[in-house]
Write a protein that binds this ligand. Structure first.
Ligand code: NAP
Length: 322
């Protein structure tokens, strides 16, 4: 029988890749989209005739109940959230509404309308904040250091609580930073690949960055969504770290991106303290032992391959449409 999946955050980076993966696997897909006065559908425009768009908002309980009730999905992937850490300092209450309470509303809708649905919650490495161990595992204590991390920690523990209390099949994927050509340009990885491509084409002449020594655990969004799907194919619900398991500095990323274009990064990059993060995390790097051992998942793309892929795509996009 055809499986049905509901994806929230369909219009975002991960939602669009997950939809492609589930279509390949023969799912019927419902994508939750909130109303917007301007179109935000460009990441999924190529999938329109294969997906049923349903209207709903994480802020609105009744819309979520209606959607879960009407679609009766076998699997629900909650990828929607206010996902930008700096904005969470400017809009802490709204971040909590979307990213924390939105998950409560969704869990409650599942409990009431489709309690046997399998549920994936997009947790985040930001729940670790300033961790007291590195690499982090599924047992590392949560010490979030920004409103986004606090909201994600709440959502994570609500999912675990609904699993324990109501026996819902709820899983949290603690994802570390993952990137793709569909990533917003406000995120440092895409900012670098995009601006390097612009410089190559003469559309920009400098790139301003914050701390070049900041290190991140980056992987490819396509790899990450594959892990999400694998988590929901298990007999028992559980939580997993989804990461590359290695870190690279912003400096390495810049060097690699400019090298791909035959440019010397030092001619173009300057450091601007305005871009420093006030809450630079210690060493966020995920231990992927559990997901490798239990699900057989590991990233298919290396750091170098990811940078090359994104630089190529940005260069092509900008050349076609400067
Ligand atoms: P993204 O590109 O920012 O997409 C966020 C999605 O959430 C968009 O589709 C957005 O819809 C939707 N959304 C926001 N508020 C909503 C609301 N009130 N009701 C319904 N939908 C709403 O995020 P992403 O990079 O795909 O990340 C997916 C999930 O993983 C997020 O929960 C994020 O916090 C988490 N995560 C991501 C990373 C990463 O590196 N990408 C790392 C750790 C965790 P609109 O188009 O209408 O704005």
């Amino acid at each position: 029988m055809t499986k049905k999946a509901l994806i929230t955050g369909l219009t975002g980076q991960d939602g669009s890749y997950l939809a492609e993966l589930l279509l390949e696997k023969g799912y019927q897909i419902y994508g939750l989209v909130r109303r917007s006065s301007t179109s935000n559908l460009e990441r999924i425009s190529h999938l329109f005739n294969q997906i049923q768009i349903v209207s709903g908002d994480l802020l609105d309980q009744s819309s979520l109940m209606d959607v879960v009730n009407d679609c009766q999905p076998d699997e629900i992937y909650n990828l929607a959230s206010q996902s930008y850490v700096p904005l969470s300092w400017k809009q802490p209450a709204l971040t909590a509404e979307y990213t924390a309470l939105g998950v409560s509303r969704l869990l409650e809708s599942i409990r009431r309308c489709k309690p046997d649905a399998k549920f994936y919650q997009a947790s985040s490495s930001e729940v670790f904040g300033q961790p007291d161990e590195s690499p982090q595992t599924e047992r590392t204590a949560f010490r979030p250091r920004n409103p986004y991390g606090v909201a994600k920690a709440y959502a994570h523990w609500m999912t675990v609580n609904y699993r324990q209390q109501y026996k819902l099949f709820g899983c949290c994927g603690i994802t570390y930073t993952h990137e793709s050509p569909r990533r917003g340009t406000e995120f440092v990885f895409r900012k670098i690949t995009r601006t390097a491509a612009m410089i190559k084409l003469g559309l920009a002449n400098e790139l301003k960055l914050g701390n070049l020594d900041a290190r991140r655990d980056w992987c490819y969004a396509k790899d990450a969504v594959c892990a999400m799907w694998m988590m929901l194919q298990q007999e028992k619900p559980d939580d997993y770290i989804i990461a590359s398991g290695e870190t690279h500095s912003v400096r390495e990323l810049v060097e690699c991106a400019f090298n791909c274009l035959g440019l010397d990064w030092q001619d173009y990059v300057s450091v601007d303290p305005a871009f420093y993060r006030p809450d630079e995390p210690v060493q966020l790097v995920g231990c992927i032992y559990k997901i490798k051992a239990q699900l057989g998942w590991k990233p298919q793309y290396s750091f170098q391959q990811l940078v090359e892929l994104m630089v190529d795509r940005d260069l092509k996009e900008l050349s076609d449409n400067p």
